[in-house]
Design a protein around this ligand. Structure first.
Ligand code: FE
Length: 190
């Protein structure tokens, strides 16, 4: 695969169709600038600032952009908030739509047919396999991403985190917790 990519890049460069520097800039963006730490900062801000949380609920695209996270595959965002009563789970049943601007590139399992079909057929079973055991009375709401609209799950803030800073809180927010296949970490968990 690496050799094929190199060959393609060489040919496209020789034909003058791409700029190597532009390709490097795109690769660098997704290797170092865009990733789930962006989303974690959004969630931590929402946990700390009720005004921001309301904004995120009303207009996630603008609230997320205000922190500087914009761009491809994040043009239209909706934030869905977990509560004791309802847990949110995100999938793209059709392909692999995913909010790149806040989560980076999707994990392999997110693109796998097994996840895409079973997340809607048996979400509770899928969550169990991810180690997420929800109370029976907690409803599970599954959101099907599209090219038009991407979802960010805002996990519940763990208890015992009242004294943590926004930065410390962000460290508890995992990628999976923002897809809904995980929960936020407990503080000081090894
Ligand atoms: Fe898709």
């Amino acid at each position: 695969m690496a050799a094929r990519v190199r060959a393609l890049e060489t040919i496209l460069t020789q034909k003058g169709l791409i700029e190597p520097a532009a390709v490097d800039a795109i690769v660098d963006t997704y290797e170092t600038k865009v990733g789930p730490r962006n989303g974690a900062k959004v969630v931590a801000r929402a946990w700390c600032d009720p005004g921001y949380s309301d904004w995120l609920k009303q207009d996630a695209t603008a609230a997320i952009a205000s922190l500087g996270y914009t761009g491809r595959q994040g043009e239209h965002m909706q934030a869905v908030f977990n509560t004791e009563d309802a847990h949110n789970l995100v999938v793209c049943t059709l392909c692999s739509c995913y909010p790149w601007s806040v989560l980076g590139l999707p994990p392999v399992w997110y693109k796998a047919p097994a996840y895409r079909s079973r997340a809607v057929i048996d979400p509770r079973g899928v969550l169990e396999e991810f180690g997420v055991h929800l109370p029976a009375q907690t409803k599970i709401r599954v959101w099907d991403s599209t090219a038009e609209l991407r979802y960010l799950v805002v996990p519940m803030r763990p208890t015992g985190t009242e004294d943590l800073s926004e930065e410390e809180l962000a460290a508890l927010v995992t990628r999976d917790s923002m897809i809904g296949t995980g929960l936020a970490l407990e503080p000081y968990q090894p």
